[in-house]
Design a binder for this molecule. Sequence first.
Ligand code: ACO
Length: 378
Amino acid sequence: MLREIELKRGLKDVYIDKTMVSFIDGQVGKLLYRGYNIRDLAEKSSFEETTYLLLYGTLPTRRELEEFDATLRSNRSLPKEVVQIIRLVHKAHPMDVLRTAVSAMAAFDPETRDNSLEATRRKGIRLTAQAPTIVAAHSRIRQGLEPISPNPKLNHAANFLHMLFGKEPPDDETEIIDKDFVLHAEHGINASAFGARVAASTASDFHSAVVAGIGILKGPAHGGAAEEVMKMALDIGEEDRSKEYARKILDSGGRIMGFGHRVYKTVDPRSIHLREEVQALGEKKGQPKWFRILSKVEEVMRPYAGRGIFVNVDFFSGTIYHLLDIPQDLFVSIFAMGRIPGWTVQVMEQYSDNILLRPMLEYVGPMDLEYVPIDQRG
Ligand code: ACO
């Protein structure tokens, strides 16, 4: 006699463990990293400081931050073999290239087989430093250009833009990308962090866990939505077409990308900061229309608020990248670069009190069929 099964499809609302990393209240739109409100971190912190906070659990002193920043800056270069691999696969989507390069990094990291917390943190720091180099090198190689070496005089965000475009970015653009990284750095047990934790729960290595996270983040229901939002905005083209366009998608049963969230049943707090940036950057670049287009789409989505469907982090981030001349297919890679500290700390937490993550499926297929030899099958 089979016991009664309570199905939790999609693991909705299922708590699988305790965490000391992020607190998310989806009803009021509150997000804390290590107890600190994302609002304060977005406005006052930097990606380097936020990464330290996530990986060590406390805000650094000035001296600790300087040392940590120096470690990040000195770990940005890639093994030449990984650059060769990027050249070999350069025609693939940037997320596939990032996934492949991160996987290859395991072959060159001196501590790949060490799953201790200290080694995992060190690997996370190295990969946080190296991920922008991978993304920027690929972007150059596929344009027929040579990769640009990291510049240790620049901070994390500025160095990324420098390696991507071959020139030092203006301070305000560096600040926008820095804020974007802070906002994307960690988000509890979302789908990609869950995947990373599943890998860690088998005592697999850190790079395998991050590779799982990258593969999962790529999907349009997760990090891939930013690219889809920008495609939609470009397709709409003009502000006065926005409402009709959005209504058509909804009337045909489609979804507006950048809306809805498994946890937030109100405005995603991360989107508040990005909205401000899109508006200001659009004005500065003489392209205010993207913000206006998105605002009209939001108006169409207003009735969906009653069903808990609000704007999420991906609705505005793509437009920021577009305004900075970043190609659309790099959007989700930028998300991934920012999320490496989050995946690292999730993997560390999983290792620190490990239990195999292994749910169940209810079997609903046929039972006890008779095996018919192949020459007797009709
Ligand atoms: N537009 C229109 N309707 C929506 C949207 C949307 N963006 N999102 C959800 N809905 C509707 C669904 O059609 C469904 O309606 P129904 O009950 O009548 O069938 C209902 O809301 C619930 O949707 P689910 O898919 O069951 O909700 P779930 O929590 O599983 O999905 C998800 C969350 C995947 C993010 C969903 O809202 C979605 O597909 N959004 C668009 C993609 C997107 O923006 N993803 C980025 C999320 S943020 C991030 O990952 C960083």
